[in-house]
Design a protein around this ligand. Structure first.
Ligand code: ATP
Length: 360
């Protein structure tokens, strides 16, 4: 097991900066997910941790040891690309035991280890079969077995479930997380799928344009985004943003938009920016006749237990998540109430959340 620390990490490809002064500590035994849009620098960060790419500047520590310039083979980590990259001519037992064979471990010890790992992955009954005849899910378990058999200090996984269909993906997410709970090795998992990230990670690091913007547990990432980017990127539908063309004074309890008074959480700071945004999640807006803002229903998406209502209001177009029991028609006039304890105020110039009783 290992703690991974990256310090002021930069990677340039020519003039282009792929990773921009990243700082991150991944705790010993943690399942840490790096999440962000395509091209934001997730894979490059992972490849630098693995030693497959050298940083332009900055350092990487594994268990307090500076490994920045060590070869991959000297770092004692396992890099998992796609779980089903196996040797088709070998049977399951030989595939799983292969990493120990090339390390020169004795046949007896390999056999014992293969049995231990195959029990963990429910593969005992398949050991003598060729991998080419296995189902996709079983092949991936074999590949996982091969990567955990030598018990590396850390696992680095780059979109390992990317090529799977939805059903297998869901099953493997669950199994990977369970396996992590059993062996407890530090894992860094790269994905661009927010559901995968939020359901698997102990913590999720949100990256954009080469920078880790926020690294927190999934609940904090969802409820307390520190930037507008995180509020937009996480959640479906995304956070709503209501523009306010005024400064924000410390301790203020409400603001006016178009003569409508909206309660806000007390901020701990004055903000002189000329524009701000109130960020509010769709489920924190309540449809009620005496709401502080009025609007008209523009669209309704029925999603089973709940529905997403799009409303054109005095403060802009908003998405509301509400129970499907409420019957609404296009063009219905509705009132909307914003739950003040769930509003995040963002500086409109920097797009960073103001410090408040909820965001510290
Ligand atoms: P994806 O999910 O699409 O793989 P990512 O977040 O993993 O995206 P990276 O693969 O880390 O992104 O790439 C970050 C940026 O660096 C991209 O714009 C990519 O084109 C660029 N890049 C990556 N590797 C190289 C390279 N060897 N040479 C030049 N540019 C590169």
């Amino acid at each position: 097991m290992a703690e991974i620390v990256i310090k002021d990490l930069n990677k340039k490809f020519g003039e282009f900066t792929a990773v921009n002064n990243s700082n991150l500590t991944i705790k010993d035994g943690e399942f840490f997910v790096l999440l962000g849009p395509s091209g934001c620098g997730k894979t490059t960060t992972l490849r630098m941790i693995a030693g497959l790419e050298l940083p332009t500047t900055g350092k990487i520590f594994l268990d307090n040891k500076d490994v920045t310039f060590l070869r991959t083979s000297q770092r004692d980590i396992a890099f998992v690309f796609q779980l089903f990259a196996l040797y088709p001519h070998m049977n399951v037992e030989k595939n799983i035991g292969f990493p120990l064979k090339i390390q020169g471990v004795s046949k007896r010890q390999i056999k014992d280890k293969v049995i231990e790992v195959s029990k963990m992955l429910h593969l005992e009954h398949l050991l003598k079969l060729k991998v080419s005849g296995l189902s996709g899910g079983d092949r991936q378990r074999v590949a996982l077995g091969r990567s955990i058999i030598r018990r590396p200090k850390a696992f680095l996984m780059d979109e390992p479930l990317g090529a799977l269909d939805a059903e297998f993906r869901e099953m493997m997410c669950f199994e990977l997380r369970k396996l992590h709970n059993d062996i407890n090795a530090t894992t860094v998992y790269v994905t661009h799928d927010q559901i995968e990230a939020m359901s698997m990670g102990d913590r999720v690091g949100i990256m954009n344009k080469g920078i880790v913007l926020q690294a927190d547990d999934p609940l904090t990432i969802y409820n307390k985004p520190k930037t507008m980017f995180v509020g937009k990127f996480i959640g479906s539908p995304a956070m709503n943003f209501i523009k306010i063309n005024s400064v924000i004074q410390k301790g203020k309890k409400s603001i006016k938009i178009n003569d409508r008074k909206i309660e806000i959480p007390k901020t701990h700071e004055d903000s002189k920016a000329t524009c701000h945004y109130l960020g509010i999640r769709p489920e924190n807006i309540v449809i009620t006749n005496d709401g502080e803002v009025r609007g008209k229903v523009f669209g309704v998406e029925y999603l089973g237990a709940h529905q997403i209502v799009t409303a054109d209001t005095e403060v802009g177009r908003l998405k509301v998540r509400t129970s499907s029991h409420i019957q609404l028609m296009i063009n219905d006039t509705i009132g909307l109430h914003f739950l003040p304890d769930n509003i995040i105020i963002f500086n409109g110039e920097t797009e960073v959340a103001l410090k408040s009783q909820f965001i510290l």
